[in-house]
Design a protein around this ligand. Structure first.
Ligand code: SF4
Length: 452
């Protein structure tokens, strides 16, 4: 890839009138919900411009890999996907974007099998870059506008729910985290833009929207804070429900809890604990302690005893003793998370944790990770069992052989037998039992009422 004059930034319309004309595009996304949303928005852009969405092995003309760099493992997965994509599609335009494109920019730019490396803040203009390429124009990614909120509302998606991005970046600088370096400082999308995006997403037929960003609890647009914005979103007319994606356990107050009494706001939160040890949390430079976390959980469960909490835990953070790890085990039991997303700590270059002492041997990290995963499975089983006999409003995501599957209000997977049920419809289902195990454990139910 050459490096032409990059001083000039182009101002592009949200979606250029396409030269797609039957060209084929394939996408691969790694990492978080925010990345998934950004891919969905790009899918919508390419679809509108006349491209056909295909899989990697269906000879695409364009391959977009939206990478993640949160751990060493994510880097490794991203690298594998990039080389597979390039190897399988030697004549395709290969675009690499996402957090790895920021973290390893020069290295990726030096690879012959990648056509364009596009940083996160220019990702929303990938279509313009590809169209320029096919039109024979020379356009360097750094000439694309920097705008993290330029994404069009999702229209075509591989999913039943659509995210709406309200915020990007983070100012917290937890000692282990690379995100502030690859996503930048915290920025919030203007209220009017968010509400417009919510309206359009509903008009596009989505029945569930997921409020997303890097640290959404820190949303701030003038006087409007996260809770105020959420209240405005819930007031948007229409037949839809709202979920919150991952949330840091600080920065919100009592009003946030009260908002969950609104019928459109679903009773599930992915609240990132990271560790159950006060000492580890201090070394991580998290903004809360275990006591505050407990208070938050209890507030929600007082309003709704079935409220579903999931979390992230990092095991083997530098200096994590056996005693500190046991405190995490106790916390996972006490808070009864129905799912724990477990990460083995891995060094991210340039973070403060890189310089901490007493790094934990890999063998111990692996053993601790396994313990948390087993505990997570036990918790899930207990939680799902406790829901048998209750009802859920299930948004159907898949229908096959008269069997419908989807997620209930509590964000639990539910399957039920039903004839003539359509995808993207909501139904009242009485939970009667469990099926499958491990990752495939689902609640089984009986259709009570067809709602919408
Ligand atoms: S809150 Fe901490 S862990 Fe989360 S993105 Fe910000 S710096 Fe990273």
């Amino acid at each position: 890839m050459g490096n032409p004059n990059i001083n000039e930034q182009l101002t592009l319309p949200p979606s250029c009138g396409g030269v797609g004309g039957g060209r084929r595009v394939a996408f691969k996304t790694l990492g978080c919900r925010l990345n998934q949303y950004e891919t969905d928005a790009l899918v919508t852009d390419f679809d509108k411009a006349g491209y056909q969405l295909v899989n990697f092995d269906e000879s695409p003309d364009v391959v977009v890999v939206n990478t993640c760099t949160v751990t060493n493992q994510s880097d490794q997965k991203s690298r594998t996907v990039i080389s597979q994509a390039a190897r399988k599609n030697k004549d395709a335009v290969v675009v690499v974007t996402g957090c790895m494109a920021n973290n390893f920019k020069e290295k990726l730019e030096s690879q012959d099998n990648i056509t364009f490396v596009v940083e996160n803040n220019r990702k929303s203009s990938v279509l313009s870059l590809v169209e320029a390429h096919f039109s024979g124009e020379i356009l360097h990614p750094e000439q694309l506008p920097q705008d993290v909120f330029r994404y069009e509302p999702v229209q075509k998606s591989l999913h039943t729910r659509s995210a709406v991005k309200i915020q990007d970046g983070c100012d917290n600088f937890c000692t282990f985290c690379i995100i502030p370096m690859v996503r930048g400082r915290a920025v919030s999308r203007p209220v009017a833009d968010v509400l417009e995006s919510v309206r359009k997403t509903i008009e596009n037929g989505f029945k569930e929207i997921v409020i997303t960003g890097v640290n959404i609890g820190r949303y701030e647009d003038g006087e409007t804070r996260f809770e105020d914005l959420l209240a405005k979103i819930l007031d948007v007319p229409g037949d839809f429900r709202v979920r919150i994606s991952s949330l840091e356990p600080d920065g919100f107050g009592d009003r946030f809890v009260e908002l969950f009494q609104h019928p459109k706001l679903m009773p599930h939160l992915h609240l990132c604990l990271q560790s159950g040890s006060e000492k580890t949390l201090l070394r991580m430079r998290r903004m809360y302690d275990v006591g505050q976390f407990r208070k938050t959980i209890n507030q929600f469960r007082l309003v709704d005893p079935d409220f579903n909490f999931t979390t992230d835990i990092i095991v083997g953070f530098p200096g994590e003793t056996e005693e500190e790890f046991q405190q995490t085990i106790e916390a996972v039991k006490e808070f009864n998370f129905s799912h724990v997303h477990t990460f083995k700590y891995s060094v991210r270059k340039g973070t403060r944790a890189e310089r901490l002492e007493n790094h934990v041997p890999e063998k111990i990290k692996t053993a601790r990770s396994l313990q948390i995963r087993e505990l997570s499975e036990e918790n899930k089983n207990l939680y799902y069992r406790s829901l048998i006999g209750k009802t859920q409003q299930v948004l159907v995501e898949k229908v096959s052989k008269n069997k419908a599957t989807g997620y209930g209000d509590l964000y639990v997977p539910v399957e039920f037998q039903a004839k003539d049920i359509q995808k993207n419809t909501v139904h009242t289902v009485k939970l009667t039992g469990l099926s499958g195990e491990g990752e495939r454990l689902v609640l089984v139910g009986e259709l009570v009422e067809i709602c919408v």
